[in-house]
Design a protein around this ligand. Structure first.
Ligand SMILES: *[C@@H]1O[C@H](CO)[C@@H](O)[C@H](O)[C@H]1NC(C)=O
Ligand SMILES: *[C@@H]1O[C@H](CO)[C@@H](O)[C@H](O)[C@H]1NC(C)=O
Ligand SMILES: *[C@@H]1O[C@H](CO)[C@@H](O)[C@H](O)[C@H]1NC(C)=O
Ligand SMILES: *[C@@H]1O[C@H](CO)[C@@H](O)[C@H](O)[C@H]1NC(C)=O
Ligand SMILES: *[C@@H]1O[C@H](CO)[C@@H](O)[C@H](O)[C@H]1NC(C)=O
Length: 267
């Protein structure tokens, strides 16, 4: 019936359609972050969503063939569990970690959830008949103001280091500014581990406001630090002056002793 070369191709196609979890995947979840959320993007996404700790996400599902009950489930590695189960005849039963921070819509089965650290997992809605695809949620903590640790008063010619510490959240990107302008690396300006600025042989011109800027998927924050470079002469000059003054006094004293009789200048 079919030309001979077409037969293996048709068999392969049939296998692909029947293979579990590949071509015959379940309906997909759509999710978005609800306002107000000052960090995360609010546009809807399917498959995966990046959101922030403290923000609320809404997971919506397409129409599903349902039996006697539906459940929202999560999966994280090998760990899998039920968030809530709804059997139509009574209010949904919610598992303890999700109590008081989730809201289930009994009409369209959507789920609202206030995010915590650790909610970055896979989610799906299932019934005895059908289940949606797993939806990947990434939950990122907004960055607090970083802290710069270093010596704020440095002698010209010395090396100095400023370390930028992130106190809450995890930064993906660090950069430095000096007096509001992006600081570029050079022989003397070096960045170590991205979070450390090292200035070799500081000069007077290195004085100024240094800012460390940190960023991750949901936030950006910064802090600044005043670096004062003082001249090495600041220490030497008073010593030199003191020596000169002492020397002069000694000289005058000697001179007075010598000329005491004829002139009587020092009385
Ligand atoms: C949820 O709120 C109820 C009533 O306020 C309280 O009894 C319960 O302990 C809360 N559950 C959690 C997990 O915080
Ligand atoms: C549940 O979803 C339906 C349909 O989308 C909507 O009309 C209704 O307002 C929602 N209920 C709640 C409590 O959000
Ligand atoms: C930076 O962090 C502080 C808390 O340390 C926070 O109050 C502020 O809103 C953050 N700034 C931005 C732009 O996120
Ligand atoms: C800061 O640097 C100066 C000289 O560059 C040094 O004398 C002083 O001890 C340093 N202070 C601290 C706290 O490291
Ligand atoms: C520093 O940043 C670069 C690019 O932004 C990145 O490839 C590298 O992994 C970072 N290194 C560390 C130690 O964070």
């Amino acid at each position: 019936m079919f030309p001979v070369p077409l037969l293996p191709f048709l068999l392969l196609l049939l296998l692909l359609v029947l293979a579990p979890g590949s071509a015959a995947a379940g309906p997909g979840i759509t999710a978005r972050t609800l306002a107000p959320c000052y960090s995360a993007d609010l546009s809807p996404a399917s498959g995966r969503l990046v959101s922030a700790v403290g923000c609320t996400v809404l997971l919506t599902v397409p129409r599903l063939r349902v039996g006697r009950a539906v459940s929202w489930e999560y999966r994280a590695g090998v760990e899998q569990g039920v968030i809530l189960r709804y059997a139509f005849d009574r209010p949904p039963s919610t598992s303890r970690p999700y109590e008081n921070r989730t809201r289930f819509n009994e009409t369209n089965f959507s789920l609202q959830m206030v995010l915590r650290r650790g909610d970055g997992r896979l989610y799906r809605l299932s019934s005895e008949e059908e289940a949606t695809d797993w939806f990947q949620l990434y939950v990122v903590e907004p960055l607090s103001e970083p802290e710069i640790v270093g010596n704020s008063s440095v002698k010209a010619g010395d090396d100095t280091k400023l370390v930028c510490n992130v106190l809450r959240g995890k930064a993906d990107l660090y950069w430095w500014k000096k007096n509001g302008k992006l600081l570029l690396g050079s022989d003397r300006i070096q960045f170590e581990d991205n979070s450390t600025l090292c200035i070799v042989r500081v000069s007077m011109r290195d004085s100024g406001y240094y800012a460390c800027v940190v960023r991750n998927a949901v936030s950006q924050n910064e802090t600044s630090f005043l670096l004062h470079v003082h001249h090495s002469a600041n220490v030497v000059l008073p010593v030199v002056l003191a020596c000169v003054v002492v020397g002069c006094l000694a000289g005058i004293f000697v001179w007075c002793r010598k000329t005491e009789q004829p002139f009587r200048l020092c009385r």
